[in-house]
Design a protein around this ligand. Structure first.
Ligand code: PMP
Length: 404
């Protein structure tokens, strides 16, 4: 079975009318293979029960599957143990969780927090706001003209001995892969705690959290062929004792009396309340999909398609490509000087082509690149040459209309 045929959305007649639907907004969210959809449907049709509280078979079976998903996820990212894996709603929630559950007690007046200038707002604003609450210094690493981080500036900022370095693994707006192991090592040398936003990385590159050496690593299921509303926060063994409970309620509890409450360790400590069970099971199916041999093979061929896309785009007059296309997960951003990206997006939409236009939740990056926004094309495993050709033709037509 080909990879593309596993994504039934693409065979929806309505969607492919009047012209084929071309989906190139994968950095926003990926489509879901049938295996993921089936697991979610099966859960609600045949096995629905709550986890961790059952005294009956179905609940125990669901709990076993739910916890096995944690083990599988730990293996997927090279974590030492499943107890390093906390289920969250997604990357945004994970980062905010760390900002409160760790940041409130570990960042104080005069401390320094470092982020990259290309961060998604989800890994920028929580730290900016924490710094404001605590009177800490909020330092932002400069962005070079080609969209890469200014490594010399990063190294200089390490002289300030930051308490926290929060960095993205890959840029969602430009797709460039940062030297995450090197950044982590440099931060660790000065004693910083390191959080990595891996939202854009996991669908494209093999991630090994222990090899990277970070304290926290986070990503969302929906950007790697899984469902929305589920994500992961990896918490390294050594930092667990620094993380406090954030939300209080059931399941995280060892014992409760009127006078006091004692808590269970991570991950239960951070997973109070009924979790997103179908989301975890669907996410587990997405992990299996990613690990499948054919998926691995097709992932490798995405880079050929990316090179083809970039070469086609760069032949169009007026298109100005942004960012470095070397070492890239398959994202390209561009502008047409003098034209609004929203207009380009609207004309592409009229031709049934889905791309993202705007600031991509990375306004500081847009400011550094001196643009209001970009048109972003992002590839996934099911895209093929006909998608790229269809997009390029539609873009040419759009530019003919716009630029007379
Ligand atoms: N960080 C990056 C790099 C992202 O691309 C995104 C999603 N666009 C996020 C964080 C936030 O992820 P989510 O919306 O799934 O919480």
């Amino acid at each position: 079975m080909s990879i593309r045929s596993q994504f039934t959305l693409f065979s929806n007649q309505e969607l492919n009318t009047p012209t084929p639907f071309i989906y190139l907004d994968n950095a926003a969210t990926t489509q879901k293979p049938q295996s993921v959809i089936d697991v979610i449907t099966h859960f609600y049709q045949h096995q629905n029960a709550n986890v961790h509280r059952g005294s009956y078979n179905t609940a125990n079976q669901v709990t076993a599957r739910y916890e096995q998903a944690r083990v599988n996820l730990a293996n997927f990212i090279g974590a030492k143990s499943d107890t390093n894996i906390v289920w969250t709603k997604g990357t945004t929630e994970s980062i905010n969780l760390v900002a409160y559950a760790w940041g409130e007690t570990h960042i104080s007046d005069g401390d320094t927090i470092v982020v990259l200038g290309s961060e998604h707002h989800a890994n920028f604003v929580p730290w900016q706001q924490l710094a404001l609450r605590k009177g800490a210094n909020f330092e932002v690493v400069n962005v070079l003209e080609n969209g890469d981080l200014d490594l010399a500036h990063y190294q200089n900022l390490m002289d300030k001995k930051p308490k926290l370095v929060a960095v993205q693994h890959c840029s969602n707006a430009l797709g460039n892969i940062h030297p995450i192991k090197q950044l982590t090592e440099l931060a660790k040398q000065v004693g910083a705690t390191v959080l990595v936003d891996g939202a854009q990385a996991v669908a494209h590159i093999k991630v090994d959290v222990q090899d990277i050496g970070c304290d926290f690593y986070t990503f969302s299921g929906h950007k790697m062929y899984g469902p929305t509303g589920i994500g992961v926060l990896y918490i390294a063994e050594d930092i667990k004792h620094e993380v406090n409970p954030f939300h209080f309620g059931g399941e995280m509890i060892q014992s409760v009396t009127i006078e006091k409450t004692s808590f269970r360790p991570i991950p239960a400590l951070l997973e109070t309340g009924t979790p997103n069970i179908s989301g975890v099971l669907g996410f587990d199916a997405a992990v299996k999909f990613m690990q499948n041999e054919q998926t691995q093979h097709d992932l490798a061929s995405t880079s050929d398609l990316y090179n083809y896309l970039v070469s086609q785009l760069s032949q169009i007059d007026k298109v100005r490509l942004l960012g470095s296309t070397e070492n890239n997960i398959g994202v390209i951003s561009f502008v047409v000087d003098g034209e609004s990206v929203a207009d380009i997006g609207a004309l592409l939409n009229e031709q049934n082509i889905a791309v993202r236009c705007g600031h991509h939740c990375a306004m500081p990056l847009m400011q550094a690149l001196k643009v209001n926004g970009t048109v972003r094309v992002s590839l996934a495993i099911y895209n093929d040459k006909s998608d790229v050709d269809g997009f390029i033709n539609a873009l040419k037509k759009s530019l003919d209309i716009l630029c007379c």
